[in-house]
Ligand binder design. Structure first.
Ligand code: BDP
Length: 318
């Protein structure tokens, strides 16, 4: 991992450049969304302020980089909200399995007061939440056999995100979860260290995990979104008008990202099918069993009254 020492480096032409990290490749919608923000703020500031995105995991994996963001050594990081689990307890609610009904429900929650409340809980942890981005639905993909019923999860060596909650979810489903950085997953699948992983379609495709694990079963276990966070230390160094520019650019990037995401999901589904990936739907009663099996996660990771109240409001939101 590359350590960043200076905060907001100056480029030759005197522009202050905020450095942002992303584990995804240059053309991935999350990276493109922050690139869009860069163009917007360069324009709005008369090229006094910009953002440089270090994509493809160049700076390292997302969870450890969050510490550099908290300490002001890195300005911004686009992460899966699961990466915040250990830092910001309220945000854990959005990573819970089988919570959101569909994309429309998720967007309503994120765009409304609940989404804002979770962002408002971040500054006390040294982070400023700028935007939520789409991450679709996460499903399990396997090397050998499809997941059609709960029993198929038994003893499956599955790569999961490095979070305590993911570990418990897959433990409860009967699997053997292995927490690995995103970048090591392809190697782990190709070397038989794991025989499954789980992710949304665009990530499954861009990482070429489908080449090693060509069976994609629609377990639909979480819709945890992405979030773009900024260092509170870097944020406080900006003027009020620069902060307003960033907020505006972040807001505008969300709609653009959602359009790119939808197109991307459709396109990759078609190309994955052409590449021979086999998709499997799970019967409704099996999804109900998966949902029932993971319920202890709600008490373990979101049992505090404030978290419980949020869950209730999310469920009540039509
Ligand atoms: C992708 C997220 C990325 C995570 C990755 C993972 O966009 O932020 O790091 O999943 O599984 O969908 O680690």
């Amino acid at each position: 991992m590359l350590a960043c020492t200076a905060n907001a480096i100056d480029t030759a032409d005197g522009m202050r450049t905020l450095r942002s990290a992303d584990v995804h490749a240059e053309d991935y919608p999350t990276v493109q969304a922050v690139q869009f923000m860069n163009q917007q703020i360069q324009k709005a500031s008369g090229r006094k302020l910009g953002i440089r995105v270090f994509s493809s995991g160049l700076l390292g994996d997302e969870a450890p980089l969050l510490q550099l963001v908290q300490s002001g050594e890195l300005d911004m990081n686009r992460v899966s909200i699961q990466a915040l689990d250990a830092i910001a307890p309220l945000s854990r609610v959005f990573s819970l399995p089988y919570l959101f009904r569909d994309t429309e429900h998720l967007h309503k929650v994120l765009d409304g007061p609940i989404g804002q409340e979770v962002l408002d809980s971040l500054p006390s942890q040294g982070l400023v939440g700028l935007a939520y981005y789409d991450a679709g639905i996460r499903n399990v993909y396997t090397v050998r056999k499809p997941i059609l019923k709960l029993e198929d999860m038994k003893d499956l060596n599955i790569r999961v995100q490095p979070s305590e909650m993911s570990l418990m979810v897959f433990d409860l489903l009967g699997a053997r979860p292995v927490r690995l950085p995103f970048a090591q997953t392809a190697r782990a699948l190709s070397n038989d260290l794991v025989d499954a992983a789980e992710n949304n379609l665009p990530s499954y495709s861009s990482t070429e995990h489908y080449k090693h694990a060509p069976i994609y079963s629609l377990t639909r276990h979480t819709m945890s979104p992405e979030v773009l966070v900024m260092s509170k230390i870097s944020w406080d160094k900006l003027s009020a008008s620069e902060q307003a520019m960033l907020r505006k650019a972040a807001r505008e990037s969300v709609g653009i990202m959602r359009d790119m995401w939808q197109q991307r999901e459709e396109r990759v589904e078609a190309t994955l099918k052409l590449s021979g990936v086999k998709f499997h739907e799970l019967p409704k009663e099996q999804l109900a069993r998966f949902t029932a099996a993971v319920q202890p996660v709600y008490t373990k990771f979101a049992g505090e009254p404030q978290q419980q109240a949020l869950i209730k409001r999310i469920r009540a939101l039509k």
